[in-house]
Each structure stands twice: as structure tokens, then as C-alpha cells.
Ligand binder design. Structure first.
Ligand code: AHR
Length: 512
């Protein structure tokens, strides 16, 4: 190649680079007092597939470290995330669960059929006391979903007495006999689950009446103020929220739930967790970002009845739901987890942070071996999914003060559609450190973000989650393919911060 041609070629490459490199100007307005509730970083463990049985609660013969039958390598990995709250026993299973089946001598507990998830026998060896022990080992607060669909108000009332009463009563004595002298002080309490569907196919009018009836018997025993959560809407069912907010007094609920799953294709053919092209990537991102519209619309309805925002919007089931892994029981909802899914989690959590004036709790579905799991296990082996690392990076936002960000995102276009390529949120913790979490959804372009930070911040460090391909996953043979790395793409000169976000990546910056 002669020198003239070489220059022409170099100029061409530079032009292409300049066209594909994009710049975003971001402003931080450090004036808010909005606290990002730590409970937004909550999780969900249903008696479903291998989440509890075979996930947390394993066979006594399995060759792993255990406390009773609770698997400690899984618990130790999750402890690092400082999980604030764990929801159990469902999900749909909650409305078929009778708590008295799961207490006392394990050899005498009845075997029931898990009719909701695969018609498999359930020996009830994991029950209330085992769940609360799991919460203690994880250092997390329990959130129990009570049974409205097939249970009675008396059953719910008794469960709470067993859990929370410190005085003299047969039920409190039963708890003592089962090894727990002190009351458990369980405060997060769900009154049914998906009562519009698997929880009983109810209308919101009927459910809101039932809510009032059941919740009347959910008592605040001395030392524990219950935070009652009404079973809320399925994604865009605004009528459900409207009727419940109208019929249930604001003073009678801590929160109302909303469930939203990212479904890439359709409910019948959700799409593979691992084998997808750019359409599966783009659609996944687009559907995940749709949650912001739902939050805005449900919040607007709630604002009408509760302008002071006393009632929380509780997104107690969210995440990507794909086809089950080939060769596994489809009713067990076991799916792999790619970089795409991690970016879905990162983007959703940025949205929750921004809307933390109304969202006070969220629970990713589900924590181990089910749906968008953080941990997958195969007999003695375990791995951390790409989504695990997002929860690791984002934990700094728990109970920190939101710092609103303003910016115009470049668009990531695919076919005739486009979505914002960049999403972000930021917060200041109680020590004054600022954490910014940034996501670049564009699978091809690096994007540079420029902002001015307060002069008091003198240093920047960071972590990044990305990989060569958005389909990349961790497997039992190669568990470390997608993991956090130190991020070197941020530069702080005076108060000018510049961040080079690689294609399909999530970054957490810490400024001190
Ligand atoms: O998370 C799986 C299921 O999805 C839950 O049991 C149910 O509440 C929802 O439909």
C-alpha cells in the first residue's frame, strides 16, 4: 500500500470511529432527599422447582457444607449481596400452602402434592422455622405471603400468632417447642398472591373485600407492626390498582404489589435463554424498559387516592422469564442467564431507583435455580450468574439518597425501532460517597458520558460487567466467563468526569 492510500485508509477508519463513538452530557442535581429503600434490592424464593428443595434445602447426603440441610456455599455467596428481604413461600404456591403442614417433627409432616408447579410430592421438610433460619443465616428480613386462595382468615391469624406472639398461648408455645423461644417479629406480610389469577381468579372488587376481611385478623402483636401488602396488578391491569386503591383504606396497607416479567416473544413461546440473536437482545431490552410506563401509570392512579405516597408500590415479582432449559422439567422454570439478562436487571434497578418515591420494595424472581436466578446449582456444583454481579455492584444504592441525573441518551436502533442506549441512576451514601450505575445497551457502540461532579469528590474507581457477546453465560464447566472486573474507563480531571462505556456493559462508579 503506498503512503497516500495508507493515509486515506487511516482517515476512513477515524471517520468511522468518530461516527460510532457517541457522547452524552449528563448533569447531576444533588438536591434530592429521596431515599432509595434498601428493600428494592429484595429477592423471592418460592417452593417451586429447585429453588427451595434441591437449591437452598438439600439432601442430607449431598457432599457440601450444610447447617441442618441448608446449603452454606449458596448462602455464603448470597450474604455478600446484603439481601434486605426474602419473599416466601410463593408466588402461586402461597395460595395452596398451609403453614401447619410445615412445622414440628419432620417425620410426621404430611406429604402434599405441589399442584402448582409440576405435580411433584412436597414432604414439607422445609417450613416456617426452616425459612426463618434461612433468613437468619442470610442476614435478611422475611416477607411471608399468606394464603387467601385456599386458606382461611383463622389460618392466617394463627400463623401470625405462632410467629410473633411473645406471651402465653398454645401457638406461641408450639413455636417454643419447635426451638424458637423468642417471637420472630415478621413484619412484611402478603395478603394473597396474584389473586386475579393463580391466587383465586378474583375480580378486584371481590379481592379488595377479601383483603379487608383477612387483614382484619392479621394482628400487630406487641413489638411487631405488620407491613401488610395487598395482592396487586398483573403488569398493565390499571383497573385492578384503581379498584383496590379506592376500596382499601390507605391506612390499612403498607403496600400494593405489581408483577411484571420481561417476556421476549410471547407467553407461549418466550424464547431461549441462550440461543438468540439481536432480535432477542433488542426485544428483551425494549420489554424490560416498558416497566417504567407501568410504574408511571400505576403511580398516577395511586397518587389520586394517596397523594402523600404512604402506600408503597411493591414490585414483588420481576425479571426475565424465558423458555426452560432444554431437558429440564418445564414446570420447574429453570433457565440459564446471560449478559443480556444482567443488563435487564441493571436497567430495571436504575428505573426502580429513580422511582423510589413510590417503589419501596421489589423482589427479583427468583433467587436460586428458578427464572432470573442469582445462583444455579447442579448437585455439589454451584455458579454465580451474570445477574448476581449486578446485584453485587448495585448494593451501594441500598438506603442511599437518590441523586437525580439529567441527560439525553443516544438511541440504539434495531429494525424500525429504537430505545435509549444509556440508562443510569446515582446516589449518595451516609458517608458522602457517590455511586453511579450506568448501562450501555448498544451492542456495537462505545458511548462516552461526560459530567461535572461536586468539587468535594476527588477520586473515582469502578467495576464493569461485560463480555464479548451478549449471549455469554456462566456454566458449571466455565463458571467465570462473565464476572466483574475493575473498570479503567473513567477519568476525573478536577470536577470533570468522563466515562467510556463499552458496548453492552454495566458500570458502577464510586466517587469519594
Ligand atoms: O415466579 C413464578 C410465578 O410467576 C409465581 O409463582 C407467580 O406469582 C407468577 O405468576
Amino acid at each position: 500500500m503506498n503512503i497516500k492510500r495508507l493515509f486515506a485508509f487511516a482517515a476512513f477508519i477515524l471517520t468511522i470511529k468518530a461516527l460510532s463513538a457517541q457522547q452524552v452530557q449528563m448533569t447531576m442535581t444533588d438536591t434530592s432527599h429521596q431515599v432509595i429503600s434498601k428493600y428494592i434490592y429484595g429477592h423471592f424464593a418460592e417452593d417451586l422447582g429447585r429453588c427451595i428443595y434441591g437449591g437452598f434445602w438439600v439432601d442430607s447426603n449431598l457432599d457440601v457444607a450444610k447447617n441442618d440441610r441448608l446449603r452454606l456455599d449458596v448462602i455464603d455467596a448470597l450474604k455478600k449481596l446484603h439481601i434486605p428481604v426474602l419473599r416466601w413461600p410463593g408466588g402461586c404456591f402461597a395460595d395452596q400452602y398451609h403453614w401447619e403442614d410445615g412445622i414440628g417433627d419432620r417425620s410426621k409432616r404430611p406429604v402434599r402434592v405441589n399442584t402448582t408447579w409440576g405435580m411433584v410430592p412436597d414432604d414439607n421438610s422445609f417450613g416456617t422455622d426452616e425459612f426463618l433460619k434461612l433468613c437468619k443465616l442470610l442476614g435478611t428480613e422475611p416477607y411471608i405471603a399468606g394464603n387467601v386462595g385456599t386458606g382461611t382468615p383463622k389460618e392466617m391469624e394463627d400463623w401470625l400468632e405462632y410467629l410473633n406472639y411473645n406471651g402465653e398461648s398454645t401457638l406461641a408455645d408450639m413455636r417454643r417447642k419447635n426451638g424458637h423461644d423468642a417471637p420472630y417479629n415478621v413484619s412484611f406480610w402478603g395478603v394473597g398472591n396474584e389473586s386475579w389469577g393463580c391466587g383465586g381468579n378474583m375480580t378486584p372488587e371481590y379481592y379488595s373485600d377479601l383483603y379487608k376481611r383477612y387483614s382484619e385478623f392479621c394482628k400487630d402483636y406487641p413489638g411487631t407492626k405488620l407491613k401488610k401488602i395487598a395482592s396487586g396488578a398483573n403488569s398493565d391491569d390499571y383497573h385492578w390498582t384503581e379498584v383496590c386503591m379506592k376500596n382499601i383504606p390507605v391506612s390499612n396497607m403498607w403496600g400494593i404489589s405489581m408483577h411484571y416479567y420481561t417476556i421476549v416473544n410471547t407467553w407461549n413461546e418466550k424464547g431461549s435463554a441462550t440461543n438468540f440473536g439481536e432480535d432477542g437482545y433488542f426485544n428483551g431490552m425494549k420489554k424490560c424498559l416498558d416497566i417504567e410506563t407501568l410504574i408511571n401509570k400505576h403511580s398516577a392512579i395511586m397518587d389520586k387516592y394517596d397523594p402523600q405516597k404512604k402506600v408503597a408500590l411493591v414490585v414483588d415479582e420481576w425479571g426475565i422469564w424465558t423458555d426452560a432449559e432444554p431437558g429440564t422439567n418445564p414446570a420447574f422454570l429453570y433457565q440459564q442467564n446471560s449478559l443480556r439478562d444482567a443488563l435487564i436487571a441493571a436497567s430495571t434497578l436504575n428505573i426502580f431507583n429513580i422511582h423510589s418515591d413510590r417503589i419501596k420494595m421489589a423482589n427479583l424472581a427468583q433467587i436460586v435455580n428458578v427464572l432470573q436466578a442469582l445462583v444455579l446449582t447442579d448437585k455439589e456444583k454451584m455458579l454465580l450468574t451474570p445477574t448476581y454481579y449486578i446485584l453485587d455492584m448495585y448494593q451501594y444504592h441500598q438506603d442511599a439518597t437518590l441523586i437525580p441525573l439529567k441527560f439525553q441518551s443516544p438511541l440504539y436502533a434495531y429494525g424500525n425501532e429504537n430505545i435509549p442506549a444509556i440508562n443510569a441512576s446515582a446516589s449518595r451514601d451516609s458517608n458522602g460517597a457517590v455511586h453511579i450505575t450506568l448501562v450501555n445497551l448498544d451492542p456495537r457502540k462505545e458511548i462516552t458520558i461526560n459530567t461535572t461532579v461536586p468539587a468535594s469528590l476527588k477520586s473515582v474507581t469502578g467495576e464493569i460487567l461485560n463480555s464479548d457477546k451478549y449471549t455469554d453465560i456462566n456454566t458449571f464447566d466455565n463458571p467465570g466467563k462473565v464476572k466483574l472486573k475493575a473498570f479503567t474507563g473513567a477519568a476525573l480531571k478536577g470536577s470533570a468526569l468522563s466515562v467510556k462505556m463499552p458496548a453492552h456493559s454495566a458500570v458502577m462508579l464510586e466517587l469519594k
